[in-house]
Each structure stands twice: as structure tokens, then as C-alpha cells.
Write a protein that binds this ligand. Structure first.
Ligand SMILES: Cc1cc2nc3c(=O)[nH]c(=O)nc-3n(C[C@H](O)[C@H](O)[C@H](O)COP(=O)(O)OP(=O)(O)OC[C@H]3O[C@@H](n4cnc5c(N)ncnc54)[C@H](O)[C@@H]3O)c2cc1C
Length: 599
């Protein structure tokens, strides 16, 4: 006789196996025709009037909409193109699988000149969450807010209200940091977003000793006063399950009578009165039917770093030359889509002769159901470090290194294969049960990209030009970091691994381990991290690249704001979900005050 726990284990194991199988033959979405259905000849149905309409339930949109619904007299409509998050998205271990599913919009970059050479047609995958909770429901859960200096820079660019001291209260408000060593000057406790360490904690001592040998100290909490150093990894988990905008905010509040959450609703246009330059609502399509919703107070766009600029441009807000190309009448000539920027990852692999005992999926699930074990983390990540390859004295890092030890679970999640044959051969030769690797994140690239329209049809994906490595110095910083990764695996602490660098065969035209060899490898297999911003940049009115002001209002258009990561004008020394959540919290607080209410 099976116990109810056994049945739960069977349920998860069967679902995981089915999802892994489906991923093997998955074909990424190519356009939005599935969201639009057959809308031809259909009439538009009135969806009603709301005080605030929020487009996109990602990290920022979820936090924002849920906080706004605390005011009983505000009627909130949250529109999300994706569907509900599900039992599989609860499992942190499966995170990479969601890129290979319809929970991802399915974007690829435009062909890059100097990067993504290992990808077919030089086009890197650029995942974005299409699901309740947005990218935070498919992301890797690492929680790094960034450096104090990053936020101070944000404010110093002419954006009062966004310095570290201004944003800190909102980080504290959203957090429920679970640690025995909380510095309450910096960290929050009791908020909706759990930040936790994996149980049991991975063996951190080896990392700590290795870093100490190359002169890098261990620090307790990189989200407190000091960031440079090596630490354990903080993740957005609650008893081992994913925490996202959905779980922390929307699912806790959407039974409020004043909060309407509509899923499967693809917003195709912001309705704007051209003579008064005022946003009045949105048009959206759900299951082939077109609806119009009206906003009494404001329309809030939180559709993320790619879709927010696309939706603005489709609605007549964007660079006039770009809009005219697609015969879209210009309502506001603004530099939408310019200045896209984000972090870049490069993985450095080492093979070892060290084997680790493996556990089965079934045992992994049993542990997960107790809130612990391998499946509650993201691969076997052990430590994270922050350093500056150019300046030993600064407190601001330029790179982040995450160390991944050997995977200790049977099987392997398939990857989204879109590599050229030489790189595919390299990728399939990796054995993550034996190999270890450092994921290097270039935190402040100088290169810039942009988002432009392919056409005026919302069915077409926009062009996502990453501009990766257009500034060669970005490659140089990754090269410098790879030398640090090599040094770490030559320390006494890591000697037992007997690690040797995995050969990038596809660069064998260059002398092994020479600088040109590393440059070749970086240009082939470095990829856009998942931390991007600035496609609808915040800045003062005289900033030629600014689209929104420091109150997130779109210049020249009334009743329209952007509340998501696309507005952030800087890169951060961290991961981007914490600041996305913070923006939602801060925007809600700001707007409530403007309307004379508070909670
Ligand atoms: C694979 C991956 C891994 C990542 N790993 C980490 C990590 O480990 N740590 C970390 O801190 N950050 C990570 N990030 C980044 C982080 O998740 C994002 O920066 C953050 O979630 C962005 O929040 P957002 O609100 O700006 O946008 P999103 O969360 O992307 O939300 C946008 C929402 O709008 C919806 N939407 C878009 N267009 C429309 C439309 N027209 N109509 C209706 N709805 C629409 C989308 O479906 C989505 O739900 C990762 C991201 C990805 C994709």
C-alpha cells in the first residue's frame, strides 16, 4: 500500500520525466501567433473599467499590482500573457528546463558580429519568462541585490529617489532573510519574499580556503555592508521551493475583490489619445477574442526588458524613424529600445578524476518534499565571489564567479541545442558528474544593444540586438577572470580534484591557453546572462536617451508609467530579480502617496 507521500513522489517523478522527455524534441516559439489565435473579423469586447491596469505579472508587475490592491478603493487589473506557474516551477533544480518550454517567450538575439559565434547563425538564446511571475518563475533564484555604489550611480545620473539609501527600505520591506546572522541595518525579516540558504549547505570550506590562498577573503553576507569576497549563495526559496512574484505576491492576494488577475491575456496595444497625449487603457487578446480595458487612473507597463519597448513602439511611442519604417503613427518621439545592456556569462570547465556518489531522482524528490536536498538548489553551485580584476582596492566588483561542483543527481537536463556542430561536440563531451566549472559573470559591460521592431504586427517577435562584445575590453575582463578561475583550481585546497582545463577544441587554430585561444573561446561560447536592463531608460529630461523620469512616467504621455527592469539606467553588481521586486514595491509606495493614500 503506497502512502500519500509515496504518491506525491510518484507524481513529481512522473512529471519530471515527462518534462525532460518533452524538452528533447521541443521547438522554441517563433512568433506570437499562438497567443493571437484567429482574431480576424472578431469584434472588440469591453472588459470594463479599472483604476490601474498593469501589463505583465513579472517580478515588478506582481509586486506592484499586489501592493496596489491593498487599497480597497483601487480596482486593479493585472494582465499576463502566460499561464499559471505549476508544480514543476516549484523545483529550483529544473530551472534550466523552463527555457526549453513555452514558459519562455523563445527569443534569440539578432546575428552578433563579435559574439555568439558558437551558436547557429551567431544568434544566442535570450530567455524571458512567459508565465505568472514572469522571468522570476523560470530563473535560477540567486539573490544578489548589487553594490551600494550602483544605486548611488543610478541616482547621480539625474534620478533623485534611487540612491542606495532611498531603495534600501524597499529591499528590507520585501525580504524575509533566513539566517542566524542578520545585520538588520541592511536586511529585512518578515517580508513576503523568502531569501534562504540551501539545506544542507554545500561544502563551502574548500571554496573558502581556495579563495583565501589567492588573497580573497570570505564574507558572511554579500547583500550587507561589504560585497568583495567569497560567500555562500543566497536563493529565493521557501522550504526548498521557488519564491517568485507569483508565490510571494499574486497568489497571496488575488482573491481580493478589487484585484482582477487575467491570464492568457496578450496585450497588443496601449490606447492613447493623440490629441491629449493621455493613455486611456489597453487592447488585449485572450483565446482569439479581442478585449478593451479602460484605466480611470493609470496604465502601468511591466512587460519586461524586451516586451515593454516592443509594446510602446507598437502603440506609437518610440524613435520616429523606427516607427515610420513600419508605418506606425508617431504619438511620442522617444528613444525607446536604445541602450539595452546587461551582464554576460562565460563558463570555464575543468575535468577532474574525482567521482561523487549519485542519488536517484526519486530520492531527490523525497528530500525536496522535506524542503531540502539537491533539487532545492540550482545545479551543484557551492560559492559565489565578487572581485575586481582591475583594482584590488575598490569596493565595487567587475566580475562575479560562481563555482559549481560535480552534479550528484542521476541524469542530466537537456540543453537548448542551437550550437554549430563543433561547439555541440564540445558541449556533449562535458560530463557534469565529473567536471566542475566556474560561471563568470561580467558585471558591467561597456557594450550596448537595442530592441527594434520587425514589423507593426504584434505577432512578430522584436529584434533583440545584444551588441555583445562590440567593446573589446568586455572580452578582456572575461579573459582576466578565466585566469583567476585557473588559479583557484591550482590551490592546495583544490589539489584533490586533480583538475585540468577542458580543451575548447573549436579554437585549436590558436596556441593552447594563449590569449587569442581564450578570446576565441569567449567569442564562441560566452552568452547573454539573464540580467538585462535600460531598454526604456530612466533619466532627466535633458538626457537624450531617457524615456521615463524618476517617477517612472513616460515623457510627454499622461497616465502611463513603466514599472520594470527596462527602466533601470545602469548595470548592477548582482542579479536582477531583487531590484525588479524592489521597483514594484517602490513604485506602489510612490503612486499610493501621489494619490494621497498609504498602507
Ligand atoms: C533564465 C533566467 C535566469 C535568471 N536567473 C536569475 C537569477 O538567478 N537571479 C536573479 O536575480 N535574476 C535572474 N534572472 C533575471 C530576473 O528574473 C529578471 O531580471 C526579472 O525577473 C525581471 O523582472 P521584470 O518584472 O522586469 O520582467 P519579467 O519578470 O520578465 O516580467 C514580464 C512579464 O510580462 C509578461 N508580458 C510580456 N509582454 C506581455 C504582453 N504583451 N501582454 C501581457 N503580458 C506580457 C511576461 O509574460 C512576463 O510575465 C533570470 C532570468 C532568466 C530569464
Amino acid at each position: 500500500q503506497k502512502t500519500s507521500n509515496d504518491l506525491k513522489v510518484d507524481y513529481y517523478v512522473n512529471n519530471i520525466e515527462a518534462a525532460l522527455k518533452a524538452a528533447q524534441t521541443y521547438q522554441p516559439r517563433k512568433n506570437n501567433s499562438d497567443l493571437l489565435g484567429n482574431t480576424q473579423n472578431s469584434t472588440t469586447i469591453d472588459y470594463g473599467e479599472f483604476d490601474f491596469i498593469v501589463v505583465g505579472s513579472g517580478s515588478s508587475g506582481s509586486a506592484f499590482a499586489a501592493r496596489m490592491s491593498e487599497i480597497a478603493k483601487f480596482n486593479i487589473l493585472l494582465l499576463e500573457a502566460g499561464e499559471f506557474d505549476d508544480d514543476l516551477t516549484k523545483l529550483p533544480y529544473l530551472s534550466t528546463l523552463f527555457e526549453i518550454s513555452d514558459r519562455n517567450w523563445g527569443y534569440f538575439s539578432t546575428p552578433q558580429q563579435n559574439a555568439c559565434l558558437g551558436w547557429k547563425n551567431r544568434q544566442c538564446s535570450f530567455p524571458q519568462g512567459k508565465i505568472l511571475g514572469g522571468s522570476g518563475t523560470i530563473d535560477f533564484l540567486t539573490y544578489i541585490r548589487g553594490n551600494k555604489a550602483d544605486y548611488d550611480k543610478w541616482a547621480s545620473l539625474g534620478n533623485p529617489g534611487w540612491s542606495f539609501n532611498d531603495v534600501l527600505p524597499f529591499f528590507k520591506k520585501l525580504e524575509n532573510y533566513q539566517s542566524d546572522h542578520i545585520n538588520m541595518n541592511y536586511r529585512g525579516f518578515g517580508g513576503p519574499v523568502d531569501v534562504a540558504y540551501k539545506i544542507p549547505m554545500p561544502n563551502f570550506t574548500i571554496s573558502s580556503n581556495a579563495y583565501s590562498e589567492i588573497g580573497i577573503a570570505t564574507i558572511e553576507d554579500y547583500n550587507a555592508q561589504k560585497q568583495i569576497g567569497v560567500s555562500r549563495i543566497q536563493r529565493l526559496t521557501h522550504f526548498g521551493e521557488r519564491v517568485s512574484g507569483s508565490t510571494a505576491y499574486v497568489r497571496r492576494t488575488f482573491t481580493r475583490y478589487n484585484f482582477n488577475v487575467t491570464l492568457g491575456a496578450f496585450v497588443t496595444k496601449i490606447l492613447i489619445n493623440n490629441s491629449t497625449k493621455t493613455a486611456s487603457g489597453v487592447e488585449f487578446v485572450k483565446r482569439g477574442i479581442t478585449y478593451r480595458a479602460t484605466a480611470r487612473k493609470e496604465v502601468i507597463i511591466s512587460a519586461g526588458v524586451v516586451n515593454t519597448p516592443q509594446l510602446l513602439m507598437l502603440s506609437g511611442i518610440g524613435p520616429s524613424n523606427e516607427l515610420s519604417k513600419h508605418k506606425i503613427p508617431v504619438i511620442a518621439d522617444l528613444p525607446v529600445g536604445r541602450g539595452l545592456r546587461g551582464n554576460v556569462y562565460f563558463d570555464v570547465y575543468f575535468s577532474t578524476n574525482n567521482t561523487v556518489p549519485l542519488i536517484s531522482f526519486e530520492d531527490g524528490v523525497r528530500e525536496f518534499l522535506k524542503g531540502r536536498g539537491y533539487l532545492t538548489g540550482f545545479q551543484n553551485s557551492v560559492s559565489i565571489s565578487f572581485m575586481n580584476t582591475r583594482n584590488n582596492c575598490t569596493t565595487v566588483p567587475n566580475v562575479e564567479l560562481t563555482y559549481y561542483a560535480q552534479e550528484t543527481i542521476e541524469g542530466q537536463i537537456p540543453a537548448l541545442i542551437n550550437f554549430i556542430p563543433e561547439v555541440e561536440k564540445f558541449a556533449s563531451s562535458l560530463n557534469l558528474h565529473k567536471d566542475v566549472f566556474f560561471e563568470i559573470s561580467l558585471l558591467h559591460p561597456k557594450s550596448r544593444g537595442n530592441i527594434t521592431l520587425k514589423s507593426s504586427n504584434p505577432s512578430d517577435f522584436p529584434n533583440v540586438n545584444l551588441g555583445m562584445f562590440e567593446e573589446v575590453d568586455d572580452i578582456e575582463v572575461l579573459y582576466e577572470s578565466a585566469q583567476i578561475a585557473k588559479a583557484l583550481l591550482k590551490t592546495n585546497a583544490t589539489k584533490y580534484l586533480n583538475a585540468t582545463l577542458v580543451n575548447y577544441d573549436f579554437c585549436s587554430d590558436n596556441e593552447y591557453d594563449s590569449k587569442p585561444y581564450w578570446y576565441c573561446a569567449i567569442k564562441h561560447v560566452a552568452y547573454p546572462s539573464y540580467h538585462w536592463s535600460s531598454s526604456v531608460k530612466m533619466g532627466p529630461k535633458d538626457d537624450p536617451n531617457a524615456v521615463v523620469d524618476n517617477k517612472l512616467r513616460v515623457y510627454g504621455i499622461k497616465k502611463l508609467r513603466i514599472v520594470d527592469r527596462s527602466a533601470v539606467p545602469i548595470t548592477l553588481s548582482g542579479t536582477y530579480n531583487p531590484s525588479a521586486l524592489m521597483i514594484g514595491e517602490k513604485a506602489a509606495d510612490m503612486i499610493k502617496k501621489e494619490y494621497g493614500v498609504s498602507t
